[in-house]
Design a protein around this ligand. Structure first.
Ligand SMILES: Nc1ncnc2c1ncn2[C@@H]1O[C@H](COP(=O)(O)OP(=O)(O)OP(=O)(O)O)[C@@H](O)[C@H]1O
Length: 610
């Protein structure tokens, strides 16, 4: 067994230290000054590229420090710092762009309209980033900035990675391999735990390693393992940190044995840092379970290895049911994820030749949702005004709905809301749209969509992972599947409540079932902070007038509009508290006191010590 590394006591990070490490450096004012002063177009292009690149470097430096800080916070059990780091990371990219945009707008107003300068500056930028690993990231930053500077114009800036696109990224570059033979021993696992290089002590490393080895042996059993058979354990050379947890991620590989083909088992070792030391809390070996634990519907992990393409590929290989683009968001690369998702949608269209058409299910009164039949994504726009069937008396307006979608992207989604990828000024070829959808988009009087020659330009475009809307799922599911879905729906409502989210439109048709059969809320125009809702015990009084949002828990079941009496009963039996005012009031109190309930992101049955 590998000798344990010596452990220094982890030191909590001081507020000043975090502040310093995550502070974005000022823009390069000398360069900006030179840019403002010059009239020479070549100098302007060169200086603009340098100004933006220097801002990107400021951003990238800080964003790369955060995973290491997250590791220190985990080691020091400093949970408030962990939360702060996540918040800082998610806002950092926009903060860096917003730092520069007003300066450029004020000093060089012609940037918004200059048709010559941008291509010349882009060529300078591309030359400046050539050969850098994060060239595509720098280019995405450039495009985001440009989009902001020309945002008043109907001039979309592509989300394409262009020349900086990375064609191949083999996960091999981020994997550490241990070669051994079956059965995998506790000593081998202990070696892997040591190799992770934590600077704090384990509570019972050998005991945990033995339990983990047992869990792995049980998971390998269906793959026909033979004692002495060679095996490779490939673990990403990266820590992954989120909330109070950390994990090691990789896979176990068994070679083609003649009577058995090559076999792969995904592996996630979930770690906690308890008061008395590090523990292996759970071992996951099922791709769907990994996907749930690594869900893009939760706060992202901070990955200490900077090779984001290889990590995203590896995660995609381990969790193939989730599209590649969203794997980037899971490790905090939201903006690259945005580029990757758009690239994927365009590639899907090129490959399948399918057209975008209205998404299956109930038509929205607030949104228009569309997709291609085999696409992994749904695209959505928000109408300027709801249709006549809109349920509520008052519509908050397009900006407010977009704000809610954006809020859901930024908060800790606690596992039961989708991540919303929100694009602005996107151009999609007209040929991608089915004629009926094209007519609807252009004729519904939606001010945010226009036709620009052979393309549609969208002021905003929301992209989500495609689910099966709950009513469609229930209509086609077996009795057991339907029952599970309805019970999962209750869990989904509870998880959202734990994230201080209440969907005032209780209707079950706002929810969908994913490829791993979890239920998620996908419609956010009616979400409110749970803490702002008035919970009533009594029934409604005719003619009664109440200010604000009022919710009567006994009306929950009716609100969900699940017609099947058996399914209603299943929901009631599994979640009786959802129909009781006490549950909601207790939760509101806990949220107001800052006691956020824990969200479990793997089944309790996978814990090593239950
Ligand atoms: N992520 C998704 N996956 C699959 N289908 C979706 C998704 N988002 C929306 N849809 C489909 O599009 C329809 C309309 O979307 P959505 O519910 O967001 O619109 P809405 O106008 O906000 O609805 P409502 O009228 O209930 O407020 C849904 O009923 C569903 O059929």
């Amino acid at each position: 067994m590998t000798a344990p590394v010596s452990h220094t006591r982890a030191r909590p990070l001081g507020a000043a230290e975090i502040e310093h490490a995550t502070r974005i450096a000022e823009p390069d004012f000398d360069l900006l000054d030179a840019l403002y002063r010059t009239d020479d177009p070549d100098d302007q292009a060169r200086l603009l590229a340098r100004v933006v690149l220097s801002a990107f470097d400021n951003y990238y430096t800080v964003s790369r420090r955060i995973p290491a800080l997250a590791q220190s916070a985990f080691e020091a059990r400093d949970w408030p710092v962990t939360v702060r780091l996540s918040k800082t990371r998610i806002g950092l990219y926009t903060a860096c762009i917003d730092q520069l945009v007003p300066l450029l707008k004020a000093g060089l107003p012609e940037l918004a309209t200059d048709e010559q300068l941008w291509p010349a500056a882009e060529a300078e930028l591309l030359a400046g980033i050539e050969g850098r690993y994060e060239a595509d990231f720098a280019f995405a930053f450039w495009q985001s900035l440009r989009r902001k500077l020309v945002s008043d114009e109907w001039r979309p800036v592509s989300y394409d990675a262009g020349a900086t696109a990375r064609r191949t990224a083999s996960p091999a570059a981020v994997l550490k391999t241990t070669t051994t033979t079956l059965p995998i021993t506790a000593e081998v696992i202990a070696g892997i735990l040591d190799d992770a290089g934590f600077r704090v002590r384990w509570r019972d490393r050998d005991g945990d390693a033995a339990l983990a080895a047992q869990a792995i042996a049980a998971a390998l059993e269906p793959l026909g393992p033979r004692p002495g058979e060679p095996v490779k354990i490939e673990i990403a050379d990266s820590g992954f940190f989120r909330n109070r947890g950390a994990c090691l991620v990789g896979r176990i590989k068994l070679r083609d044995r003649g009577d058995m083909p090559m076999r792969n088992l995904p592996l996630l070792i979930a770690l906690l840092n308890e008061k008395d030391g590090l523990v292996v809390d759970a071992v996951l070996t099922d791709s769907d379970e990994l996907q749930y634990a690594f869900s893009s519907t939760l706060a992202n992990y901070h990955a200490t290895n900077p090779r984001y393409h290889e990590l995203a590929r590896l995660l995609h290989e381990l969790m193939p049911k989730r599209p590649l683009g969203t794997q980037y968001s899971c490790i905090g690369f939201h903006h690259l994820g945005k580029v990757a998702v758009m690239t994927e949608i365009l590639a899907e269209h090129r490959r399948t030749k399918e057209k975008l058409a209205t998404a299956p299910g109930f038509k929205g009164t607030v949104a228009i949702a569309f997709t291609m039949p085999s696409s992994a994504y749904v695209l959505k726009i928000i109408r300027d005004h709801p249709t006549d069937d809109y349920k509520f008396d008052y519509f908050d307006g397009l900006d407010e709905v977009l704000r809610k979608y954006n809020l859901v992207h930024e908060i800790d989604r606690a596992g039961s809301m989708l991540d919303n990828i929100i694009y602005s000024n996107v151009k999609l070829d007209r040929a991608m749209f089915a004629p009926e959808l094209l007519d609807e988009l252009l004729e519904a009087g939606i001010g945010t969509v226009t036709l620009d020659r052979d393309a549609l330009v969208f002021r905003h475009l929301i992209v989500q992972i495609k689910l099966t809307p709950l009513p469609l799922y229930l209509a086609n599911a077996s009795a057991a599947e339907a029952r599970t879905a309805v019970i999962n729906l209750g869990d989904c409502i509870k998880n959202n409540a734990a994230a201080d989210i209440f969907n005032k439109d209780l209707d079950g048709r706002n929810y969908g079932v994913s490829r791993i059969r979890k239920v998620y809320l996908f419609d956010y125009d009616a979400v409110e902070p749970l803490t702002s809702v008035t919970v009533r015990r009594d029934g409604a009084v005719p003619g009664e007038f109440e200010n604000g949002m009022v919710f009567r828990p006994p009306e929950m079941l009716e609100g969900l509009r699940i017609d099947d009496p058996g399914l209603r009963r299943a929901f009631r039996d599994a979640h009786p508290e959802l129909m009781q005012a006490d549950y909601w009031e207790d939760l509101q109190r806990a949220l107001r006191d800052g006691k956020v309930p824990k969200v479990m992101n793997y089944p309790a049955s996978r814990r090593l010590r239950r």
